[in-house]
Structures are given as C-alpha cells and as structure tokens.
Design a protein around this ligand. Sequence first.
Ligand SMILES: [Zn+2]
Length: 265
Amino acid sequence: MGAGSAVADGFRPEQGRYPGGVAIIEVPQHSQSAPLVTFQGKRLYTQRTPAGDWEAWVGLPLSLQPGDYQVDWAVKAGSLPLRFTVEPKQYREQRLNVDRKHVDLSAENLARYQREKPEILGALDGWRPTQTPLGEQAFVPVMGERSDSFGFRRIFNGEARKPHSGMDIAAPKGMPVYSLLPGRVAAIGDYFFNGKTVILDHGQGLTSLYCHLSSIEDLRIGQTLPGGTPLGEVGATGRVTGPHLHLTVSLNGARVNPALFLPKP
Ligand SMILES: [Zn+2]
C-alpha cells in the first residue's frame, strides 16, 4: 500500500485552501512507508518531503462550506487530527445556450447518460496505490487560451445546473491534446455530455479527464503513459458551444481547479 518512495522534489500542485482548491498538509511521520491519511473518509494522495516527513494533498470539493476542517492521520493508537481552514471563494455565474437535447434529455438520452455515468465516475473517483513518481512538472495539455471558468455556477438555457467542474482551453479543432502527468488509461469513451473522452489515473486518487475531442489516439485501458503523451485532438463533441478542450482534475473524488496543476502560462 502507499506511495513507496516518491519524494516531493518533483511535481506538486499549487496550494489553494478554498472550495475547489487543494490543501497541502504536512504529516509528521518519519518512515519509509506512506502514512494513511483521510479527509471525510476518503484516502488522500501522499508523498515524501525532502525533509523526510510526508505531505498529503487534499482535494477540496466545490460544495465544501468554508470553515475549519481536519484530515485524519492513522497512528498506532487510533488517529490524530491535522487541522486546517478552508477560506471562502466566490465563483461567478455563467449563462449558456446549448442545444435543447443537452438540457431537456429525452428518455433515450437520459438512459444513455445513466449508463455512462458509473463508468466516468468509476474512472475519476478510483483510488489506486502507485509507485510512479509524477516527474518534474505537469505538461500543458493543449496550446490555447485558458479560461478561468472553473467553478462557474452555470445556467443552461435558463436552468441552473452543476458548477463547471474543469477548465476550458480554447483551441481550434485538430490541435493535439497531451497527458498532463504520467498515468494509466482509466476510461476511453464517446459520452453524451463529454463527447469523445480520455480519463487518466495518476495514482492515489489523482485523475484527469480530457473531453469534447474530435478523435482519440490508439490507446487501451490499463496502458501506462508518460506525461506529455498525445491523447487525441481538440473537437466539439458532446455538450459544447464550439471547439475547445475541457480538462477536469480530480483529487480524492473532488473536482479541483486545474490551474493549480498546470505550469504557469
Ligand atoms: Zn468545460
């Protein structure tokens, strides 16, 4: 179990202690073996720090209320709380008009969505121990303008829907899309909302999703890819208003701001 000897002299997300952000919590465990650290019952990503302790990355869900929280660190006698505070963050409202079929779902499309949902959530929310370090830094998934629309409270054709769970990067159809970090192919599909999609599992509950693609490379489930591997091309498949890449990053089942993971533009 655990992260083996991954040491934090390489990749690490930027920290943002707000709903939709990432808290990095020091875990004072001096051992080779990874600590068992959880947040709201979910196991966390951990890696060793250069000082020989450990740190845990906590994905903070968009739905989390600001306030005082703790992660639970398992020790011999039971568990110890490591406390931290989540600050408030205001997300803007965004109104979009899309094809009615993507808002008022027909019985057939609703059935399709409900078939696809467990596959997508299973791939995004899985937890897998891994020995693979993430490398020096993340790769830019596509060249293009990054929007700040993560977390926007969205109104589709006048009706409130879930907040925007990722980052949209504007790019023309056909631009190559690359893997953010080393990972394992967890799902490949052509889904109702997301269109052509690849989901990668980077280990320990860190996953990324690339969607609305026009085409997908010849990948197979379970294949391990280095960071910066071509996954497919930008497109406009699924629920979109035009060609772009939608990138979701998830940590311990929480959709977090991809900007915290990308290299600075
Ligand atoms: Zn999007």
